[in-house]
Design a protein around this ligand. Structure first.
Ligand SMILES: Cc1ncc(COP(=O)(O)O)c(C=O)c1O
Length: 489
């Protein structure tokens, strides 16, 4: 089958054209039974292929027809031995990777700045995380990936680990020397699992970092929906055979997946793969050039700095994705979140994320010079407004230390717990997650000892208006900790 074909999307369209009389779910029956305003808005075409796993349309849980063909084409496109479609986002694919290699008590080597889905899978599987410190960029106030030295050290100390998980590239587009990490892990016969949420496009252009499959990794959870043009929530899980079993992966992804898989999402993966293969190189090339020109223009604006290739050359900054614009605004004397809000309210601009010190804007084939001009004008205005209003404040970048893990995340999550005031929780073992979303990186995970420094960091994020999430008490006045049993007098 050729990469120009889209067996899944075309199969759905052919089926819809036959206009069968449907006595099956979804009950809206090609839109006839749905709210008319919604139907008018999203259109009959979309509703006509909002179908379910009836005979002619195959079944994601045991693919033998058009889904199997679409997955095989995707595997060929991504240089994988097998590709599994995920309708549970990259979160579902990440949980599958971990649960495919780890059972209760098994060790997995992971960077501490992992997405919450990694920690969820660690709680579900009962695995023991062996944390590696990510490299911290104190100038920017962000975490990068992990170094080859750290991976080697971790494997020497824990050669019985069942896997090494790498985030590649990071949310900010920075990548590690993945090929070397794979070489090291494979010398211990340990598989490499890649969180490739922010790297679907890198496989399709030589000027971008190596993709997980190009670097020889064993599994990669890849968000096609983030940067590859499919619909939100649709991702893929690529695997290379050898150290992992595709049959095990199929059964685990199936355990974690709804039985009512959305064919709109699945079809969008099929067409996104075709476009990436047939036009990706050209489209991504243009995107890189556009992003470079916007970067140069941002760097001409006083008090702003947009990160470029000078970030490379450190142990964890092996390569980077220039389509990510990391804009450091700390010299303006405001937080990234305040800048984000100002851009929304003044220029109707929505950025990808902000943190205390930065804004992140992503440039994709969906952008043109016009969007670049709007961003530049807004940033020029931002710089002049805030520079005149505030004293130049060379913000001291503060990132908290990683807390000590006293219990496995699973033991802590299921332990006997109590709720105590947030401000009085220092020294206790936390039983829930605390993270800032986006990007969803935990500040605390269940089982860690609460430190004053981390409490202060959370408070700073709350005061800056950043979305701190995770605890049952979303006001963060109270926090759930492991119950302490005091001696009875
Ligand atoms: C690094 C990283 N991994 C995984 C995910 C999860 O991806 P998804 O939203 O597709 O579940 C995200 C989402 O933002 C992420 O930033």
């Amino acid at each position: 089958m050729s990469q120009k074909e889209t067996p899944l999307f075309s199969g759905l369209v052919e089926h819809a054209k036959k206009n069968p009389v449907q006595f099956h779910i979804p009950g809206h029956k090609k839109g006839s039974g749905i709210d008319p305003e919604f139907r008018k808005f999203i259109g009959d075409n979309a509703l006509s292929i909002d179908l379910i796993n009836i005979g002619p349309l195959d079944d994601l849980h045991s693919p033998k027809g058009i889904i199997k063909q679409a997955q095989e084409l995707a595997a060929e496109a991504f240089g994988a031995d097998h590709t599994f479609f995920s309708v549970q986002g990259t979160s579902g694919a990440i949980m599958t990777m971990i649960m495919a290699v780890c059972g209760p008590g098994d060790k997995i080597i992971v960077p501490r700045n992992v997405h919450k889905s990694v920690m969820s899978a660690i709680v579900f599987s009962g695995a023991i995380p062996i944390f590696i410190h990510p490299e911290i960029d104190e100038k920017l106030g962000i975490s990068h990936g992990i170094t080859t030295d750290a991976v080697e050290k971790a494997l020497e100390q824990h050669p019985d680990a069942k896997g090494v998980l790498v985030i590649n590239p990071t949310y900010f587009g920075v990548s590690a020397d993945l090929r070397k990490i794979v070489e090291i892990a494979h010398s211990f016969q340990v598989p490499v699992l890649v969180d490739e949420a922010h790297g679907v496009h890198i496989h399709f252009h030589d000027e971008l970092p190596l993709s997980a499959m190009q670097a020889g990794a064993d599994m990669a959870a890849t968000s096609v929906h983030k940067l590859g043009g499919s619909m939100t929530q649709s991702s893929i899980l690529n695997i290379k055979e050898g150290l992992v079993s595709p049959k095990r992966v199929q059964s685990i992804i199936s355990m974690l997946t709804t039985t009512s898989t959305s064919y709109l999402l699945l079809a969008s993966l099929d067409v996104a793969r075709r476009r990436l293969v047939t036009e990706g190189k050209e489209l991504i090339g243009e995107t890189i050039r556009l992003a470079q020109s916007i970067r140069e223009r941002i760097n001409k604006i006083e008090h702003l700095y947009c990160v470029g290739p000078e970030i490379l050359g450190r142990k964890a900054t092996f390569d980077y994705d220039p389509t990510k614009l990391i804009i450091s605004i700390k010299d303006l004397g405001i937080t990234g979140y305040e800048a984000e809000k100002w851009l929304r309210e003044t220029y109707n601009i929505e950025v990808e994320l902000s943190d205390l010190y930065n804004l992140l804007c992503i440039i994709t084939p969906g952008d043109t010079e016009q969007e670049g001009d709007v961003l530049i004008k807004a940033l020029q205005d931002l710089s002049s407004v805030f520079h005149t209003e505030s004293e130049k404040l060379h913000a001291q970048v503060v990132l908290p230390d990683i807390p000590l893990l006293a219990l496995t995340p699973r033991d802590a999550f299921y332990a006997d717990t109590e709720v105590v005031p947030f401000a009085e929780s220092e020294g206790r073992i936390i039983a829930e997650f605390v993270m800032v979303y986006p990007p969803g990186i935990p500040i605390f995970i269940p089982g860690e000892i609460i430190t004053e420094e981390n409490l202060r960091y959370i408070q700073m994020n709350i005061e800056a208006g950043l979305p701190v999430q995770g605890p049952e008490d979303d006001q963060l006045k109270m926090i759930r900790v492991i119950k302490e049993h005091k001696a009875i007098r």
